[in-house]
Design a protein around this ligand. Sequence first.
Ligand code: ADP
Ligand code: MG
Ligand code: ZN
Length: 554
Amino acid sequence: MEEKVKADLKEIFGFSQFRGNQELIVDNLLNKRNTFVIMPTGAGKSLCYQLPAVIQEGTAIVISPLIALMKNQVDQLQALGINAHFLNSTLNKSEANRVKSEVLSKKTKLLYVAPESLTKEENVAFLKSAELSFVAIDEAHCISEWGHDFRPEYRRIKSIIAQIAPNLPIIALTATATPKVQQDIQRNLQMEEADLFKSSFNRTNLFYEIRPKVKNDSKKDLIKFIKGHKGKSGIIYCLSRKKVEEIAQLLVVNQVNAAPYHAGLDSSVRIKTQDDFLNEELDVIVATIAFGMGIDKPDVRYVIHYDVPKSLEGYYQETGRAGRDGLEGHCLMFYRYEDIVKLDKFNKDKPVTERENAKILLQEMAAYSETGVCRRKFILNYFGETMNDDCGFCDNCKRDRKTFEGMDKVSTVLEAAQQTNERFGLEHLVNVIIGESTDYVLSYSHDKLPVFAKGKEDTEKTWIGVIRQVMILNMLEKDIESYGVLKLTPKGKDFLEAPFEIELHYDHDFAAEVQNGQAEIDISSRIAYDEKLFELLKSERKKVARAKGLPPYI
Ligand code: ADP
Ligand code: MG
Ligand code: ZN
């Protein structure tokens, strides 16, 4: 059995080995088990459902959020000689009917649908009469309101599947790894019992850097950066269509081979831009987050966030599009706190809980941007992974960081959590420590606690920074069930018993850094990918593609 699957992998996809958990996942699905896959962008999630779909009887339904993404995958599959189709709003009636009759004649192995098409009554009826193998839900974080691109239609998928064929195995896949998103997805799909396959999120070849955003200076900086990567592929993300147009124009005026991409452009223009980028006729795409999901260009050398994204999940997915070939990718973000404030204001007419959720995500984004801690450590912690040593390969690790001895402060934080019976979230803990008698604090009579006002000599910002680091040290953890409440871990309890010296980092003070000229770090010496290897890999890829008759970017 195992050997057979390996042979199929080689024969159908031309790969000689599975990557990471792929083989276990394929087996699991072939055994008709509900399967939940969390794997970083670029790790090879598609294969986990494509291979079982091809080697089983019947048609697999693949639910996918974007038309461009479906097209990209179906093109690739068809080029491999696999009978795959999509059903979405771009098809006219007769095209849709042709696809349906292929499915009903049992030829189609994979049928890609958008949730909006899946929920259409006529399609439900049609799928009821088809022979199906399983349902794959790609980009499953779209189900979760904690995911960065939440789509309400996604929440109806489970009930539709129940109508079509209640016992079909389901595989859900996402690159969003936060425990709260995971829980939300599993609940919504009623697959708490599913087998979970979670891979490490560490992308060791990506260099993370954050620069303060300063009017005009940052634009010059951006142009300089891109000119320094002449002829290389890059993606620049901006928040609004207007900004996308503006930055794209700025680059074009500066002789950069760039084009804009956003949902306001005609779909034929978008497809052309995307194809040009994949075919290397275009170096730089300036885009809103409408671009890139599932787009598989291996040699994107940099991803720039000119505006701060709405969440760390989004940031990590978007930066994950760099360096899929394993060579270095540079992930640069221009940050200022005002952008966070602006984003929060955009949400002001949203329902309260939605706005509060969005705000929490934004605050986490700000915390990451301002942290002095190794960025990889920070972000992996956010995704529920522990990293013991600093990575040495992010801007903070490359910087001469100021640190301070933190034993007393860590103790204070842990005492505060303990004395408030582990029922306080970050904000209220800070208030206790700095001695702010808010109504909330008073309602617990915590001004009588020994720890009350123990940290009044330091600022609120300092304490927020310390608490976050205590969490990264795995001494405090957020209780997902009662959101935001910080609880002591066994490691935290041990520390209270036997404290030890501990080095903590100051958060960035970007305004001061800009003023003192300390914001820049010299990275020129370490843009380290091997140019020859890069060219070699690229020409190899092209050779393979040519031999298979595939487009050059595959
Ligand atoms: P994800 O959906 O996780 O972001 P993809 O499914 O788009 O990732 O895969 C990323 C790339 O990895 C694709 O180019 C794919 O062909 C390649 N890939 C997947 N599995 C393997 C494998 N076992 N061996 C070699 N390449 C693989
Ligand atoms: Mg994918
Ligand atoms: Zn680091």
